[in-house]
Ligand binder design. Structure first.
Ligand code: CU
Length: 375
């Protein structure tokens, strides 16, 4: 290697090191876990830091002795290897020290686990259900229930548009929770195993069909906290984010009152006669949110996986069979029963939409009270 080449490599390496140092003050944060905004998240963060520094101290101690021994007793200085077998003293020391360190770690870790498990005395309960590929939230005391779907436009996902700031971490309906209240979560799933994970709340709990897992949180600070499904759950596993908006109690009460109002208005509208345009508008919205991930916005489906609705014999044929498929699903396939998931207005509008969009011009109008009668 020529001198100039060596100089170039040297400059490159020192440049990298220097730029690393310069940016490290800002870069440390994303390398660490978030400190979070709940009582438990602080406990976990402190535990993590404690154990991290214990590991650093052990590493420094062990490597210091090792490097010193290698350097100070090297062969070129005339050192010879000591030939001894078994030393009870050394063995006792190297068993006792790690044992004491483990006990020292186990005490705070057990305390943290007990705290995480303590779901008693909650102020409110939120039931969370995972679906392929969305979340349902039930505010049990208030009787409010809704679904939360990915909001990122498909064009961003397919690279036709620039990706937004909260790409794949934004939803249509956020979970709204009051701060400084103990909130109990009941977590389950309706199809496959999902996991509800919000790092800043330090909640990560499997959602398993047929089981109800518990978790809890008490959020200190208002804000928007984002998370994701953390259990590989099929094709759109990466497309079922979680957004929690933590607000003051007063704002929460207002939000809840509004939700109840909307739910009442919807319940009342079931017995109205709806016109086709309103059903089509609402139907398109529901379709794009709920059905398009499989049947595609174009209605053309995906060959071999999800049948086309455009031109489908079901969508153009007998309306009762169509309703039957949508309400009861097709068992053994990924076509879920949407009867429990959607209300009468949503079902009527999405079926009306499928029967009239993309050239399926059946002219059929399904009224919400037809669905009500079918249930
Ligand atoms: Cu999932």
């Amino acid at each position: 290697m020529t001198l100039s080449a060596i100089k170039k490599v040297g400059a490159l390496v020192s440049g990298l090191v220097l730029s690393g140092i310069a940016s490290s003050a800002f870069a440390i944060q994303p390398w660490n876990m978030p400190e979070g905004v709940t009582e438990v998240s602080h406990i976990i963060y402190d535990l993590h830091s404690l154990i991290f520094w214990i590991c650093v101290a052990i590493a420094v101690g062990v490597f210091a002795v090792m490097f010193y021994s290698i350097f100070a007793h090297r062969k070129s200085k005339g050192h010879k290897a000591a030939q001894f077998h078994e030393s009870t003293l050394v063995e006792v020391i190297w068993t006792t020290i790690p044992f004491v360190i483990l006990i020292f770690i186990a005490i705070p870790a057990t305390k943290a686990l007990i705290k995480i498990d303590d779901v008693g005395n909650a102020d409110m309960t939120l039931k969370i259900t995972g679906y392929q590929w969305k979340w349902q939230y039930d505010y049990l005391e208030d009787g409010i229930s809704y679904y939360s779907n990915l909001k990122t436009p498909r064009a961003q996902i397919y690279g036709q548009e620039e990706k937004g700031e909260n790409y794949l971490l934004e939803v249509d309906n956020e979970v709204v929770l009051p701060i400084n209240k103990k909130i109990r979560f009941l977590i389950t799933a309706s199809d496959v195993i999902h996991a509800w994970w919000v790092p800043e709340l330090a909640v990560k709990q499997d959602a398993i069909p047929g089981f109800v897992n518990e978790a809890w949180t008490r959020i200190d600070k208002p804000g928007v906290y984002r998370g994701q499904c953390a259990e590989l759950c099929g094709r759109d596993h990466g497309f079922m984010p979680i957004v929690v908006r933590a607000v003051e109690q007063e704002e929460y009460d207002k939000w809840m009152a509004k939700k109840k109002q909307v739910a009442q208005a919807e319940a009342a509208s079931v017995d109205q006669q709806w016109n086709k345009d309103d059903l089509m508008t609402k139907g398109e919205e529901i379709y794009n949110k709920t059905c398009a991930s499989c049947h595609q916005a174009s209605g053309e489906g995906l060959a071999g996986m999800f049948p086309a609705i455009k031109g489908s014999e079901v969508a153009k044929g007998d309306a009762h069979e169509h309703l039957n498929v949508v309400i009861n699903g097709r068992s053994g396939t990924s076509m879920a029963a949407f009867g429990p998931q959607l209300n009468d207005v949503q079902l009527a509008s999405v079926v009306t939409y499928q029967r009239n969009a993309w050239g399926n011009d059946t002219g059929d109008i399904i009224q919400p009270n037809t669905i009500k009668a079918l249930r």
